[in-house]
Design a protein around this ligand. Structure first.
Ligand code: MEV
Length: 321
């Protein structure tokens, strides 16, 4: 079957964790992600990602439960999905803060929509609804920023609420260095660590989360003015606040300092933390030195790329449910 489906990876530029608690975040899509490579008729709906265990709805795994939720959401809206094996490729390190689970959910949801109704483009609102249902299996209380960025692409201003505030920013992709410093931790665990601190010491945790939200506001203004030096400064402060919230690690802290020593204007962890990836911003003349410094810190992967990959195939229709 000739269909194409893709979920972008993402980096959270500002506001991770704070966004769970209704503060604003800035996130940017990557051109790496999860893509459908082949869709072949078969006896069941099944997802095969290279290197991962095959997944079927309700197979007792978290992926299987997530797939069942996507199947149900799409079927309720568009009718039955013909039994198909979806062969997919994931270019993202799993569980490292780059949104691999959201990218998987978005790509699978888009493929399921196209299988259920090959005569119309997959509706973005339905993909978001199905991916949200899947992300709840992985993360319990996701803010929605990961799968929204994965589906809509670009650079997004996102604030959780009823409904969410969602503003695509009209800015050029940002040159960044992404480094995976160590394996990531479970997002749900890191989110619950912040919740515990909020319960135990609200007057300590709340100002930190508020600071992270304020940094998103400052960063948005700096991004719109294309002031990457100022953006780097906000990143360094954000990393400090995330460390204070106890979601960083000694290795992430050391790598952020090494990146700054090598000429980065800013470096911070990105995503849920507890390991995983950092994001650094450097002027072009220092980019290679920063990437080398991160390799010397033992980074498992270093990518010099651009954050804010636009995708034009999925767009929200005003007034869609
Ligand atoms: C994970 O990429 C971002 C967190 O803020 C969780 C969420 O927003 O759901 C830590």
């Amino acid at each position: 079957m000739n269909i194409s489906a893709f979920g972008c990876g993402k980096v959270i530029l500002f506001g991770e964790h704070a966004v769970v608690h209704q503060h604003p975040a800035l996130a940017a899509a990557l051109d790496l992600g999860v893509s459908l490579t082949r869709a072949l008729p078969s006896a069941h709906l099944e997802v095969l990602v290279d290197g991962w265990t095959p997944t079927q709805p309700h197979d007792g795994t978290r992926l299987g439960e997530a797939l069942a939720r996507i199947q149900r959401t799409v079927t309720d809206a568009l009718g039955p999905i013909p039994p198909t094996t979806l062969h997919m490729r994931c270019d993202l390190p799993p569980g490292a803060g780059l949104g691999s689970s959201a990218a998987w959910a978005v790509a699978v949801a888009q493929a399921c929509c196209l299988l259920a109704n090959p005569h119309q483009p997959a509706p973005a609102h339905l993909i978001l609804q199905a991916a949200d249902a899947a992300e709840r299996v992985f993360h319990g209380n996701p803010s929605g920023v990961d799968h929204t960025t994965s589906a809509l692409g670009g650079v997004l201003w996102f604030q959780r609420g009823q409904p969410h505030t969602l503003q695509p920013l009209d800015i050029e992709p940002i040159p960044v260095i992404i480094a995976q410093i160590e394996p990531g931790a479970d997002t749900a665990l890191m989110v619950s660590r912040v919740q515990q601190l909020l319960d135990q010491a609200p007057r300590v945790a709340q100002p930190l989360l508020q600071t992270l939200g304020e940094l998103s506001r400052h960063a948005r203004a700096s991004l719109e003015a294309r002031d990457l030096d100022a953006l780097g400064r906000w990143m360094n402060i954000a990393h400090g606040a995330l460390t204070a919230l106890d979601v960083s690690t000694p290795a992430l802290d050391a790598a952020c300092h090494a990146a700054r020593r090598a000429g980065a204007s800013g470096a911070k962890l990105t995503g849920a933390g507890g390991g995983g990836c950092l994001l650094a911003l450097a002027p072009p003349e220092h980019t290679d030195a920063v990437a080398d410094a991160l390799r010397q810190q033992g980074a498992l992967l270093v990518s010099i790329t651009r954050a804010g990959h636009a995708r034009r195939d999925l767009a929200l229709t005003p007034g869609a449910p």
